[in-house]
Design a protein around this ligand. Sequence first.
Ligand code: GAP
Length: 468
Amino acid sequence: MSTQTEQNAPSNSTKSMDDIVALCRRRGFIWQSSEIYGGINGFWDYGPLGAELKRNLKNAWWQDIVTCPPDGPDGHPLSIVPVDCTIIMNPTVWEASGHVGGFNDPMVDCKECKARFRADHLADLECPLKPSKKAGEHSACKLTEPREFNLMFETYCGAIRDEDAKTYLRPETAQGIFTQFWNVVDTSRVRVPFGIAQIGKAFRNEVTPRNFTFRSREFEQMEIEFFIHPDEAEQWYRYWRDSRYAWWQAIGLAGNNLQLREHDKDELAHYAQEGAGTSDIEYRFPFTAPGFGELEGVAHRADFDLKAHAAQCGKGDKMRYFDQANNDRYFPHVIEPSGGADRGTLAVLCEAYTPDPDRPSKVYMKFHPRMAPIKAAIFPLVNKDGMPEVAEKLYKDIRREFVVQFDVKQNIGKRYARMDEAGTPYCFTVDSDTLSDQTVTVRDRDTLSQERVNIEKVSEYLRERVGG
Ligand code: GAP
């Protein structure tokens, strides 16, 4: 199902992913991890602008889910509490969750070129042999039969590296939430329906990491496990599906590059239950266009995880939740909205990328103000006549409230161009008039219009436009 029509042109189909990657590298949004040693496939670092951008995305999620949770169907704020669990857990967790036995991708090797491919992605993957063809399409290709490959990274806890010491880097943050469910209920006075939220790193030894940060081996998830009475699964599933779709729109992915897609039955994950359903919120990345790639999944996990952990730890039915008001004992069902902070950041970058041949920079990043890594820049027009001192004082005054940059280098045109590529919504310039009338010029990134505002009103101006 798609909640939006396809009548508009797919704008991301015309954007070049190579150009976006080049800008990310040049301006310090995203770099290859350990680049000076040739990098490492599937691992990415965020530079100064990228770190702020990704932090803004995670902060917006935290603010809108944990600090100010949305109103539920009854018009009252939902009850959602946070946790921050470890990356390495008791390995039994991953037996109970089904990851040791079932978290596999089918993999094939080519005996000719030694490359390894995901068997279900062969039609999209390039064979390294020349001339370029898809995997398996060269006459020389010798693909093996598909084999199951477990995606969990293994490591060892303690000094002795034997089977008993084997542990895993978590492949999802969700299991930390499920295993602490009972502690949260006992200590937080939450009652069903309520949610537990977490942001954190997850690791998957993807067979073919690709498409920049889209499929990485180390990434961050933003997950909510929302615990409900089993009879209310359908209603809460629809609530979260629509609420999460609206959230991605509200942070700037509002056009026809975003869609909501209900899963077909044959796509369901091992924990997903038939009934309430599973859907993906998808974004049309330049590398998936005209198709879409997943940003967030909303799944009805039923009572799969709580029951599995209760059984594995040996307490079974004793761990059922007790609803005092109705004298009822049950394992709550779960609706899980699970999003990716890195895929979200990548979608925000692709959406913002706006070629403009008339600007000196030829491109600008049209970030939603809440996402913009730098909210404003402060410039002295020239480095003399007291202008740098006034500009620096203005910078010091507003930096406590906003991420701002003070830039005195090169001419004003080059400084504007740098800020256009960084996606800074407003640039304030101190000039000779400032010294006499206490006003500064403010330039709007998107319209390029300029107006003068009183230097005392700069914070207020920003507060109204980019938030506090
Ligand atoms: N707890 C459910 C779960 O982990 P998932 O669909 O496997 O579900 C949730 O992952 C989200 O995590 C995805 O929608 C995506 O945004 C992100 N994600 C998953 N694998 C990823 C990878 N290899 N690289 C980057 N992000 C990934």
